[in-house]
Design a protein around this ligand. Sequence first.
Ligand SMILES: Nc1ncnc2c1ncn2[C@@H]1O[C@H](COP(=O)(O)OP(=O)(O)OP(=O)(O)O)[C@@H](O)[C@H]1O
Ligand SMILES: O=C(O)c1ccc[n+]([C@@H]2O[C@H](COP(=O)([O-])O)[C@@H](O)[C@H]2O)c1
Length: 197
Amino acid sequence: MKVGIMGGTFDPVHIGHMLAAEAALEGCALDEVWFMPSHIPPHKHAAGASGKQRLQMVERAIGTNPAFRTLDIELERGGVSYTIETIRALQERYGEHEFFFIIGADMVNSLTEWHGIEELAQRLTFVGVGRPGSVIDKTKMPAYLQPRVQLVNMPQVDISSTDIRERLQNGQTIRYMVHDHVYEYIKGSGIYEADTR
Ligand SMILES: Nc1ncnc2c1ncn2[C@@H]1O[C@H](COP(=O)(O)OP(=O)(O)OP(=O)(O)O)[C@@H](O)[C@H]1O
Ligand SMILES: O=C(O)c1ccc[n+]([C@@H]2O[C@H](COP(=O)([O-])O)[C@@H](O)[C@H]2O)c1
C-alpha cells in the first residue's frame, strides 16, 4: 500500500492540512493518508492544546473518510518528534508499505535542516504542496534530495494554526477555517480562548 504520512502539530488542524492531504492522495495515487500529530515539534515551540486534544481534533476533521486515519505513534513515544525515528519504527512495523511524507512549501525549504535527512530521503518520498508565502525551488536542493521530493498542486489557502489561535484570542471568527466538528470542539472546550483570569 502507498501510505502518505501527514505529520504536524495540528494546533489546531485546519482546512489547509486537509486540502494538502487530499491533494497528495490524488496527486501521488496514495491508498491512504495517516495524520500524525507530533509530541514536541522539532523546529518550533509547542503552543496551546495537549497532544490528546490535538489528536481528538484531527479525528473530528477526518470523520468517516475511509482514506484517512490517525497515527498516535509520536504522541506515544513522547520526547521530540524526529521524523527519522518515526519512519524507522513504521518501516519495521509495516515493511510492506511504501511511505510518503506530506509537507507544505515552508517545510520543503527547510528539509536540509531535518535530523538524519539523508537517511530519511532514502527511506521515503516527500510530497511537497504549495503554501502561500513560500516558493519551492527544487534546483536549490542538494542533488540527493531533488529526486526524493514530488510536488503536487493544491488550492492555495493562506491559513495557519497560528492565525487561528490569534483570531480566537482576539474574539474573531474561525468558522470555515476549520472543519465544523473541530469548530464545535474548540468552542466547547475553550482551549484557545483569551486567558481572562
Ligand atoms: N495552509 C497550508 N497550506 C499548505 N500546507 C500547510 C498549510 N498549513 C500547514 N501546512 C503544512 O502542514 C504541515 C503541518 O503544519 P502545522 O501543523 O505545523 O500547521 P501550521 O499552520 O504551519 O502551524 P503553526 O502556525 O502553528 O506553525 C506542515 O508540513 C505545513 O507546511
Ligand atoms: O525530524 C525533523 O528534524 C523535523 C523537522 C521539522 C519538522 N518535522 C516534521 O514535519 C512535520 C511538520 O512539522 P510542523 O513543525 O510544521 O508541525 C511534523 O511531523 C514534524 O515532526 C521533522
